[in-house]
Unconditional design. Sequence first.
Length: 344
Amino acid sequence: MTTPTAGFAPGDILTRAQIHPVLGGSGFAGICPAREKRNVLIFSDSKIGKRYGYRDGWLAEDDASGPIFTYTGAGKRGDQTLDGGNSSILEHANMGRTLHVFVAVGNVPGTGTRTHKYIGTFKVDERTPYDIRTAKDELGQERNVIVFRLRPTGPFIREDSDTLPLAGRSRMRFQPTAGRVARAYRRQRRQRQPQTDTTRIEAIRDELAEAFEAHESAAGMDIGQMELSLQNSTDQLSFEIYNQTNHTVYQPTGSPATESVTQALAQLLHAQRHLRGLVPDQPFHLMMLTPELPREDLRGLLADHGIGLVYRNEDGGFSEFAGGIPTSSATRSFPCLDCPVSGA
C-alpha cells in the first residue's frame, strides 16, 4: 500500500536520488528538513551509530500508546543540542511538517551508493519526545546525546533487523551532567509554548530538582543522572537525580497530589527489582522528592513500599519524613531495598 503523502510504501528500498525529488530535501545528512515539501527526512545508519556507541531502532516492547522507534539526533562532537536538524524533528508538528524515517540497508551493487528502506511516517511522542543519554563523540569522549522517541502515524514496517536487542542483564551508568541538560532543554521549550497545567507542574518539578541537586552538591555529594538498562528489555529508565556518594535515587514530582505521587512511585517501583544486587554489598536507597509534604495516606503508601520521602519545607530547605517525624536533610536515615520498612 502506497501512502498518499510519501509516494512510497513502507518496505520500499530506495536511493537518495529517488527519495529527494519526491519528499524534498537534499544532501547526505542524517536529518534533512524539506521546507518546500513540508517534510523532515530522517536517515538511520547502523554503521554510523556503531562508531559512536549507539543504535537506532524499534523498542521491542510497545507501551500503552503503541510502538516506539528511537532515533539519535545530529551532532558528532560534544553534547548534542536542540537546534539545527534536531530542532526540525522536535518542532515538526508546530511547523506543519511530516517526519519520514528511512533505515540504511546496503549499497547499489557495484557502487558506493547507499540504499535505504522506507519505514513510514512518524511524529515525536507528545509525552516524552526525547531522552538524554550518554554516548561517545567522534573523539571518543563521553557526551550527552538526544534520543528521539518517534511514533508511527500511518502504515509502517517493523522488522527484527530494525529492532533493538534485549539487554542480557540490568546495567547502570552514571552521567554527571545529563539531568541538568535535560532540564535546561525542557525550560527552553516551555518558553516557546503556551503555559498549561502540565507545563506548570513540569516547571515546578524541574525547579525543585535543580534546587535539590544544588543543595546536595553543596554538601559534597556526587550528583548526576542514573541510566538504567533493564534486563530482558530494550527500554531504559532515567533518574535525573542520583546521589552516587550514598547510592540514593530520587524521583521528583511537581505536585504532592495523588496523581503525581503515584506516577513517581510507579517509576521507582519499576526500577526497584532491577537495582537489587546491581552493586554487590551496597543497597540502593529509593526516595521521592516533593514540593510540599504530601497528605498522610500518601505518606503511608510510600512507607508501605519502602520508599523514603524528602520534601521542600516552609523555609525553602529540604526535610525528610521518616518514622512520622519530619527531620532536617542533614540527619537523614534513608530507607533502602531489602531493608526493614519504617512506619509513616
